[in-house]
Design a protein around this ligand. Structure first.
Ligand SMILES: NC(=O)C1=CN([C@@H]2O[C@H](COP(=O)(O)OP(=O)(O)OC[C@H]3O[C@@H](n4cnc5c(N)ncnc54)[C@H](O)[C@@H]3O)[C@@H](O)[C@H]2O)[C@@H](O)CC1
Ligand SMILES: [K+]
Length: 527
């Protein structure tokens, strides 16, 4: 249950393949993009469809600008007043954009997009179209452009609808992050530069053919407004190399479970010491609610009573040290473990991790387990294909400092290094599945598969930022591992279910609520 996301290069290859096959020309695709965009805009805002208004179209030097010229012409055809501004040299427009520039010139003027020209319009447009850059943005933005767009935005976009064609100008279609603007000249140092993607306060982004990876990562969800896909009649999304998929539901068999409890595995969750068992108990509850047949909290002696008074359906076993854990794991019906939540950073915890990893079961490693690993000379020496690491940003940076650093450097040129790239590189190094948390959670395995579970746009779940939510996620992963899902499917499904549980509960959510919402989320999947 997932959708293919494209990189800019894959989108170009798809277009080129369609053009080369002779079924469509680039000009036809551009016409479909522009007319499709106008249809989507008027569908989005019926008041704009009811009475033609005034629009400003900001065009750039590539084919995204070409789409802008089509939109301008189509709007005029529908009775709108339209002003067009161009950033760049009309003589240097690529061929299809140039044709549409000429067609527009038969209808109206093209003004230069500079700060000075943006003053004194004398009216506020009903609609602003951002067609400056699409998937071809490839280097730092000039200060002049950023300044012109900022001045325009501050003066004219208050209270008007702003629509980005394909992707907000200034965002990388790969990383979803804002490409930096050049520094201002000496005499303008007091005026901060702002990315056009942010300055324009975009209400609606119209992605052509398919969403790009960058639409779901980094700054994009904040900068895109709403995201809609405009069909331009290209068939399918097949590409030679799959880069990432969007998780749109849990994977095969998560909702439907039948058979004996022992058919659904036995997950164990290791607790911390006395006073530190809450996180593990939350994880255990998540594992049980997602359908592991049996779930046992495994606690050291002093923490037994604390766990006993809190647990009912979740079972409890005493385990004081690594030797005891190794004994426990002689039972091969125990097929999944959750390690880390509330576990502490003691030597004992480190020994337990080693015992668990040596036993070669499916293991979700979270929180303290990740911190312990990160402090080792070779954090990944004992990891294997059946492990899932669930770092948040800080834990990721401790485990993979060089990858995190590369991710944090803003892209100055070429395709940006994205969170998908970073997670895939991390999974390759760790030799197992890595779930890199965030609103744009990325899950990758050591074979190079990558998925994004995005809690953004109409799946936003801000309440999920609550203490203990991550512990429940680790538990859900362990529960799905116990049920026999692959590490990649277990982590992806858990991330999706976790967000759905939060959305089903809504404001006021605390971590305890997450496992209790799972039955409702699962029941909805059966319908
Ligand atoms: N190729 C096609 O047939 C179609 C393309 N489409 C549109 O075309 C877009 C991609 O077109 P392009 O590949 O021409 O890319 P863009 O339109 O995004 O821009 C590329 C141009 O901008 C320049 N550029 C890149 N970064 C710059 C910077 N920082 N400062 C100044 N100039 C910079 C490049 O040198 C190039 O001239 C898509 O996003 C989509 O909107 C759609 O019309 C559908 C059909
Ligand atoms: K754009």
């Amino acid at each position: 249950m997932d959708n293919l996301l494209l990189t800019a290069a894959q989108m170009r290859a798809l277009e080129q393949a369609a053009i080369d096959s002779g079924v469509v020309t680039g000009l036809e695709l551009m016409e479909r993009a522009g007319t499709g965009a106008v249809d989507a805009i008027l569908d989005e805002w019926p008041d704009l469809a009811a009475a033609p208004g005034r629009a400003v179209v900001l065009c750039g030097p590539g084919n995204n600008g070409g789409d802008g010229f089509v939109v301008a012409r189509v709007l005029v055809g529908r009775g709108w007043d339209v002003e067009v501004f161009l950033y760049g040299d009309a003589e240097k427009l690529p061929p299809d954009a140039r044709v549409n520039y000429e067609r527009w010139r038969e209808v109206g003027e093209v003004q230069t997009l500079t700060g000075r020209d943006m003053d004194g319009r004398g009216y506020v447009p009903d609609l602003t179209i951002d067609a400056i850059f699409g998937t071809g943005l490839s280097r730092t933005l000039s200060w002049e452009l950023c300044d012109a767009v900022k001045q325009y935005a501050w003066t004219f976009t208050q209270g008007t609808r702003v629509v980005a064609l394909d992707i907000p100008s200034g965002l990388s279609a790969e990383s979803g992050r804002r490409i930096p603007c050049a520094d201002p000249p000496e005499d303008r140092l007091a005026f901060p530069t702002v990315s056009p993607a942010a300055a324009l306060a975009i209400d609606l982004t119209l992605a052509f053919h398919a969403p790009k990876i960058g639409h779901y990562l980094g700054d994009a969800p904040a900068d895109c407004g709403r995201l809609r896909v405009v069909d331009i009649g290209l068939n399918g999304g097949a590409t030679d190399v799959e880069t990432a998929r969007l998780v749109c539901g849990p994977f095969e068999g998560v909702a439907k479970a039948s058979g004996h409890k022992y058919d659904h595995g036995h997950a164990i969750v290791l607790t911390g010491g006395m006073g530190l068992t809450g996180a593990a108990r939350l994880a255990a509850r998540g594992a049980l609610r997602i359908g592991a047949g049996l779930v046992t909290c495994v606690a050291p002696g002093p923490a037994m009573m604390e766990c006993a008074v809190q647990l009912t359906a979740v079972m409890l076993r005493r385990c004081d040290d690594a030797a005891a854990l190794a004994d426990l794991l002689e039972d091969d019906r125990i097929n999944a473990l959750c390690l880390g939540p509330g576990m502490g950073l003691s030597d004992r915890a480190g020994d337990l991790i080693d015992a668990a990893l040596s036993a070669r079961r499916h293991i979700a490693l979270d929180a303290d387990a990740l911190t312990i690993l990160a402090e080792r000379d070779d954090p990944f020496a004992m990891l294997h294909h059946d492990c899932v690491l669930t770092p948040h940003g800080g834990e990721f940076a401790s485990l993979f400092p060089d990858i995190a650093e590369r991710l944090n450097v803003p892209a100055m040129e070429g395709p940006a290094y994205s969170k998908v790239d970073a997670t895939r590189d991390a999974a390759d190094r760790a030799g197992c599945t890595v779930l890199f948390k965030g609103m744009d959670t990325v899950i990758a395995d050591e074979k190079g598969n990558a998925r994004i579970n995005a809690a953004v746009y109409d799946r936003a779940a801000p309440w999920l930022a609550t203490a203990g939510a991550g512990d429940v996620l680790a538990g859900i992963i362990a529960g799905l591992l116990a049920r026999g899902l692959s590490p990649l499917d277990a982590a992806s499904s858990a991330a999706w279910l976790h967000v759905e549980a939060a959305r089903a509960f809504g404001p006021g959510l605390i971590a305890e609520d997450l496992p209790e919402m799972l039955p409702q989320v699962l029941a909805a999947l059966e319908r």
